[in-house]
Design a protein around this ligand. Structure first.
Ligand code: BG6
Length: 464
């Protein structure tokens, strides 16, 4: 769906093309788009490294070759689109050179894979050089550091761009199972009818990573788990889990419904917030001595609207946990004790699980009578098996950016609402509890769910 200006970009300019994100994600996504015949425009890379375009092409080949069997014809087509401009992104001269090279009357997608402190200066420079009239700008996260900085950044961007020219990237919005949520929920009566406080008692969201902060100590220490994955990725997922059906196919139809979810949420209460730090984190290069940054968070939240009032939502996210798995789990209410059963034992609640990573899929947990007791049985779908290999998140996002589909990007009001929601936890973070790497976080996390469903072992893919 394209709305907003509805124009397909006629060129792509990537700031930071020699950086980490390009190496890990962008080149591969571009290659896959090329393979699917979805790339139609030249690509100009901009960065400070003084390298030739040939060297850039070799970097692209290495990066793509790490994950893909390279088809020479596809790669050559991609390489043929690439050019390179090096310079200092804070220097107006670079933008004059850029304007000369790409022209000011084109529909350009500028993709900023840059440190956040440079977002506004780059956009302002692009504006001054007359490069923004018909263009869009995609901006990587983090979008702000708290509510005040997000507002300030928005203000600076909006001084030179309209809202529909700004694409705020959250790569979770490009993940196939996250996109699938809208369809699963509203194209299936069975799910649609269950999906509210009358049937659902509780929601758990888990994002577990079985590795530490690795070589990102300096970046991570200034950020922490709450800012790194909750304010953005997990709240975006929650909005898709909880929203009302969009009334039309436009990006604003979807984004209106997501924003309503956030508007119905109170700012979070530090009393229902647990922070943890894995043992050994302080020794990671780049981490400050005595750092109080959290590598694990768990919290309780609620959506105070007609559909969800009274349904607690528990969310946990952390590094150095036992598994890498991200899932959303909904628990139904219990059925009454069944009079026809010899023992009047309650059957377990049903559970609906959407696994986002790895091996995206959906599981329905039902209860059956196995032998002389209740047994849980599972109806599982692995999306890769049932729907085919998914398109990669960055493939979805780059394509959406190029054709001007804003559904996959976060809107300004949603970003500000999510910062408002987490702000008390930033202001009053509370103590950070140590936990063992390879555990499910600090013991305090059990307190959070006392009297409710305990944390469940996530649904893991078959490792057979
Ligand atoms: C990033 C965070 O946004 O998302 C990382 O900065 C995190 O800390 C990553 O590891 C997780 O993304 P994915 O797609 O691997 O689940």
């Amino acid at each position: 769906m394209t709305d907003g200006d509805g124009r397909t970009a006629d060129q792509l300019v990537i700031f930071g093309i020699t950086g980490d994100l390009a190496r890990k994600m962008t080149f591969r996504a571009l290659y896959r788009l090329e393979r699917r015949a979805l790339l139609n425009c030249p690509i100009l890379g901009v960065a400070s490294d003084d390298i030739t375009v040939e060297a850039l092409i070799e970097r692209a080949r290495d990066a793509i070759g790490e994950h893909e069997q390279i088809d020479a014809a596809v790669f050559d087509r991609l390489a043929g689109r690439l050019s390179y401009l090096h310079g200092d992104v804070t220097d107006a001269a670079l933008y004059r050179a850029l304007a000369e090279q790409i022209g000011t009357d084109r529909s350009t997608l500028f993709y900023l894979e840059m440190p956040p402190s440079l977002f506004a200066p780059i956009v302002e420079n692009l504006g001054q050089a007359g490069l923004l009239t018909r263009s869009r700008v995609a901006i990587e996260k983090p979008f702000g550091y708290d509510l005040a900085s997000a507002r300030e950044l928005n203000g600076r961007l909006r001084a030179v761009l309209d809202e529909d020219q700004i694409l705020r990237v959250d790569h979770f919005l490009g993940k196939q199972p996250v996109l699938e949520l809208e369809y699963l929920r509203f194209a299936n009566t069975t799910l649609a009818e269950l999906w509210d406080r009358r049937s659902i008692a509780e929601i758990h969201i888990t994002m577990a990573e079985n590795f530490g902060v690795e070589d990102r100590g300096k970046f991570y220490d200034a950020v922490g788990a709450l800012r790194d994955v909750v304010q953005n990725h997990l709240l975006q997922v929650l909005a898709l889990v909880a929203m009302e059906p969009p009334v039309g196919p436009g990006a604003d139809d979807l984004n209106d419904k997501k924003a309503e979810v956030f508007r119905a949420m109170s700012a979070l209460d530090p009393k229902h917030y647990v922070r943890g730090q894995y043992r050994g984190y302080a020794d990671v290069a780049g981490v400050a001595a005595g750092s109080q940054t959290e590598t694990f968070v768990a919290m309780r939240m609620e959506i105070e609207n007609w559909r969800w009032a009274g349904v607690p939502i528990f969310l946990r996210a952390g590094k150095a946990l036992p598994e890498r798995v991200t899932e959303v789990r909904l628990f139904t209410h219990r059925v009454p004790a069944l009079g026809f059963m010899p023992q009047r034992e309650h059957a377990d609640r049903n559970q609906i699980v959407l696994r986002i990573d790895p091996d995206p899929g959906m599981r329905l947990q039902l209860v059956a009578q196995g032998g002389d007791s209740w047994q849980n049985v599972h109806l599982d779908s692995s999306f890769a098996q049932d729907l085919g290999e998914p398109v990669l998140p960055y493939e979805n996002l780059l394509h959406a950016g190029l054709i001007g589909d804003r559904q996959l990007f976060a809107r300004e009001d949603a970003i500000e609402e999510t910062w408002r929601i987490v702000q008390p936890l930033l202001d009053t973070p509370g103590e950070v509890h140590p936990y063992e790497p390879g555990s499910w976080g600090p013991a305090a996390v059990e307190e959070l769910v006392r009297g409710r469903r305990s944390w469940q072992q996530p649904w893991l893919p078959d490792r057979a």
